[in-house]
Design a protein around this ligand. Structure first.
Ligand SMILES: [Zn+2]
Length: 219
């Protein structure tokens, strides 16, 4: 089990998180021009040299808000998609261990049917020379897409909305009984934890079942 600091654009915050025990950080310079983004990530990689902390970078820009599951996705996702031609230089300059990509994925809820650009995934992967790719905004993708992502070389998927939705629903279901049972706060915590665990287990079982190695999807 690892703890990751997600989407941090502040080098000081990244160092504070690592000091507090984070195993992995997303040095998010995706709002910057690609060269400035690579410089920012390279600075983080240098400052964490020898710590064993994994540094993720993001090239391209995801629509939506990673802190708000209700933020609807924009339809203009294509504008900020990861450019495969920039990937080799970006990874060489930044030294990132993981690369988050924008390939039609969004933060928050998908408006309409999600449509991932599998050709772009393949092209980015070819340019990434073995650096694992990361798919943010995996919530809301159909199970076929999650399986296809694993088969297409995505090494990590970020799932959030399903965790929030299932956890809040489990808490809601448990509340009347917990109130009646002497306002059982420990039971509340247990309902929360077991629901989150079950949702994470569902996602992991899907990804584990995906065929390994190269592949592309028809979806
Ligand atoms: Zn994200």
């Amino acid at each position: 089990m690892l703890v990751q600091l997600d989407h941090a654009a502040d080098g000081g915050l990244i160092l504070a998180a690592v000091a507090a025990g984070a195993d992995s950080v997303l040095a998010d310079g995706s709002a910057l021009e690609p060269n400035a983004n690579a410089d920012f990530v390279a600075g983080v990689v240098r400052s964490l040299a020898g710590t064993g902390v994994t540094v993720e970078a993001e090239l391209g820009a995801l629509p939506g808000d990673e802190d708000d599951a209700g933020a609807a996705a924009g339809a203009d996702a294509a504008a900020g998609m990861t450019d495969p031609l920039r990937v080799p230089e970006f990874l060489a300059a930044s030294g990132a261990d993981l690369l988050a990509v924008a390939v039609g994925n969004v933060h928050g809820n998908y408006r309409g049917e999600p449509k991932l650009d599998w050709k772009r995934v393949a092209d980015v992967r070819a340019g990434a020379a073995g650096v694992p790719l990361v798919l943010h905004g995996a919530s809301g993708l159909p199970e076929t897409d999650l399986r296809a992502a694993a088969a297409a070389g995505i090494g990590k998927v970020n799932i959030n909305t399903e965790l929030r939705t299932s956890t809040l629903a489990a808490v809601e279901r448990a509340l009347p009984g917990l109130r009646a049972a002497g306002e059982n706060m420990l039971g509340l915590q247990q309902a929360w934890t077991s629901s989150a665990g079950a949702t994470a287990g569902w996602a992991l079982s899907l990804l584990d079942a995906a065929p390994a190695g190269t592949g592309s999807s028809s979806s």
